[in-house]
Design a protein. Structure first.
Length: 418
């Protein structure tokens, strides 16, 4: 309850802040760490007495080795949780020794045939061990841990060292253990997943907003420059049409030079505001795209990290790849088992390949979908790129976008293969 109360107080005390600014992964991990630290301290302190009480009937070497290991790990967990440092490691150091103690318990008694009159003292730490597994391990490992520990307790309770309580009581205790463990794991898993989703959504929204703001500012500047350029060129044309003397012709010539300078300055301004994108920036853009579209896709990038391509080329390739990925999500069908984006670049060529194993289509038939013809093919052709679409019904689709910097001999040779 303390963990949820802490989160609730934050939201109530900051009603104007959205969840993306409060319930973050960092906050949730902090709450989990503090809650785990308090639990470790409480359970550890209350188990010291029962541990010493049950020690005489156990093998002394086993009792001291595992006892010191477990209580040292509990102390470390309390300190790590309060300091919010190495919490996962501390939790693992509790979960692993505890499981080993439970497994070896029937063989660690001084007389393994003697029925113990009381419940093993380590039973009181079972819930804490499962909480430690939920904190320290990933979801799958924690789930396996909880199942194994619960099943082991059935065996323990049937042995003399575990009280030999019979099948009904043994399964009852194991079921209780399993219920506690799955409840703790479910709560921890939901908190972490929710926080991760909020973080991703906030990052995507912030990135999108920053990009939109940047483009809006540039659009305002471009409109201003366009207006100045339009006035300058129009004035020059009017002056040239009226130039009937050497003096007016010289004036028209000077105005023409100024108009050309305005055009050159406009191009320079675009270059200054839109620097070439590096390979790392391109990779980050695709990672953000995966998060934004929420489409399961595997991204692979290869090439020299110091390579860069012009901004307009990167934007066109990125937009075409995004459209190809959206087409895959919309038209590949529900049988898709994999979807990949492979970005490969060298100092001379950039290649982006989008692949899926969906239902595919017949490329010999004319395709009138704007998503393919305009958003992919024409967009890449505009920058002098090359598009190859390989697809067959029932065999998936492979879309390859290729761009090579123009050369003096062949400045622009876009081709498309369907």
């Amino acid at each position: 309850m303390g963990m949820f109360g802490h989160v609730g107080r934050i939201v109530r005390n900051n009603p104007d802040e959205g969840p993306s600014r409060t319930i973050t992964t960092h906050l949730i991990e902090q709450v989990i760490a503090r809650g785990y630290a308090g639990t470790a301290f409480l359970f550890g302190a209350t188990s010291i007495g029962p541990a010493f009480t049950g020690q005489p009937v156990m093998n002394q070497t086993w009792a001291w080795v595992f006892g010191l290991t477990l209580f040292s790990a509990l102390t470390f967990s309390a300190i790590a949780g309060l300091a919010i440092r190495q919490v996962r490691l501390a939790a693992i150091l509790v979960a692993v020794p505890y499981l080993l103690m439970v497994v070896s318990w029937p063989f660690a008694a001084t007389d393994i045939t003697r029925v113990q009159p009381t419940t093993p003292w380590i039973w009181g730490l079972c819930g804490l061990a499962m909480a430690a597994a939920a904190v320290g391990f990933n979801e799958w490992v924690a789930g396996i841990y909880i199942f194994v520990l619960s099943a082991t307790w059935v065996f323990i309770r049937l042995t003399p060292a575990g009280g030999e309580v019979g099948y009904a009581r043994a399964f009852q205790d194991a079921g209780y253990t399993f219920l506690i463990g799955t409840t703790v794991l479910t709560i921890t898993m939901l908190l972490r997943r929710t926080a991760t989703h909020v973080d991703h959504a906030y990052t995507a929204a912030t990135t999108k907003y920053a990009r939109a703001t940047k483009e809006h500012e540039y659009e305002k500047q471009r409109n201003t420059v366009d207006a100045l350029l339009h006035d300058s060129v129009l004035t020059t044309l009017l002056q040239a049409s009226r130039a009937d003397t050497p003096q007016t012709r010289r004036l028209a010539t000077q105005m023409a030079f100024r108009s050309l300078n305005v055009i050159a300055d406009t191009e320079d301004d675009f270059d200054r505001h839109h620097a070439p994108l590096t390979a790392t920036e391109i990779t980050d853009r695709f990672e953000a795209l995966k998060t934004h579209l929420s489409i399961p896709v595997t991204l692979t990038t290869t090439g020299p990290s110091d390579h860069s391509i012009p901004f307009t080329v990167a934007e066109a390739l990125f937009a075409a790849a995004e459209q190809a990925l959206v087409n895959s999500a919309q038209h590949a069908g529900p049988t898709v088992t994999f979807r990949t984006i492979t970005v490969t670049w060298t100092h001379t060529t950039v290649t982006i390949t989008i692949t899926d194993d969906g239902k595919g289509f017949d490329t010999t038939q004319r395709c009138d979908r704007l998503g393919v013809r305009v958003s992919i093919i024409e967009r890449v052709e505009t920058i002098g790129g090359h598009v190859t679409i390989n697809s067959h019904p029932g065999h998936g689709t492979r879309t390859t976008l290729t761009w090579t910097p123009p050369t003096p001999q062949n400045p622009n040779n876009p081709t498309t293969t369907r």
